[in-house]
Design a protein around this ligand. Structure first.
Ligand SMILES: C[S@@+](CC[C@H](N)C(=O)[O-])C[C@H]1O[C@@H](n2cnc3c(N)ncnc32)[C@H](O)[C@@H]1O
Length: 205
């Protein structure tokens, strides 16, 4: 299963320009606003799960963050980000992993996931994600998850997705995580389409 998923995502990043995919954002504004609200020191550790070629870590490096990890199933996605960052890429830990198989070797102050969890359409995958989330965070860790909202797209990148409101996402991460904030976002795709996202910020109890 992992191999089929990897091949799918590898092909996406090999064949499409990073700024042409539907999830592209010139600046990851909602994530940066969510992080600002948390008022964390720049020494806090953050993992961008399924970070792909997102520029979130570029912006955080500029702000002085120093303990950043990007995990993605697709090596070509990380190659795009590394090429963009040049020498700065060496300041980031890059991990090519399927989050539903990965066993975190450390705990992070912030777990960030934009548009990854909603691809986990099987219960077993979601339970595996939750196990990784529990291992990769500690009491007090913040968890930022953005998924398609109930009125969001039914598919993305040719794959089916699950859609969530805040209460449904809270059930998925379990009562080990307290919901602190939630809001909706209308993302504009490079093609001018609109996609409804549900954002949630949790704090591990
Ligand atoms: C819709 S894109 C979002 C990318 C990035 N988070 C952003 O906001 O630009 C989904 C990303 O999740 C990655 N992905 C999908 N399934 C994954 C899995 N099981 N484990 C790790 N990464 C995965 C894909 O390779 C892709 O980069």
């Amino acid at each position: 299963m992992t191999e089929a998923k990897r091949e799918h995502w590898d092909a996406v990043y090999r064949t499409k320009a990073a700024d042409s995919v539907s999830w592209y954002q010139p600046t990851p504004e909602p994530s940066l606003r969510a992080l600002d609200a948390l008022q964390l020191p720049v020494t806090a550790s953050l993992i961008d799960v399924g970070g792909g070629a997102s520029s979130l870590v570029d912006r955080l490096l500029e702000r002085g963050w120093s303990d950043l990890t990007v995990l993605d199933i697709a090596a070509p996605a990380l190659d795009v980000a590394k090429a963009r960052l040049g020498d700065e890429a060496a300041r980031i830990a890059w991990m090519i992993e399927d989050v539903t198989v990965w066993r975190p070797g450390r705990q992070y102050d912030v777990w960030h996931d934009r548009a990854v969890f909603h691809f986990l359409t099987e219960r077993e995958q979601r339970l595996a994600y939750r196990r990784a989330l529990e291992t990769g965070t500690a009491p007090g860790s913040a968890v930022i998850i953005a998924s398609f909202a109930p009125d969001g797209p039914e598919r993305c990148s040719g794959l089916p997705v699950e859609r969530y409101d805040a209460a449904a996402l809270a059930r998925e991460v379990s009562s080990a995580f307290a919901l602190q904030r939630d809001w909706r976002e209308e993302h504009t795709t490079p093609g001018g389409g609109r996609q409804s996202f549900q954002w949630c910020v949790f704090r591990r109890r």
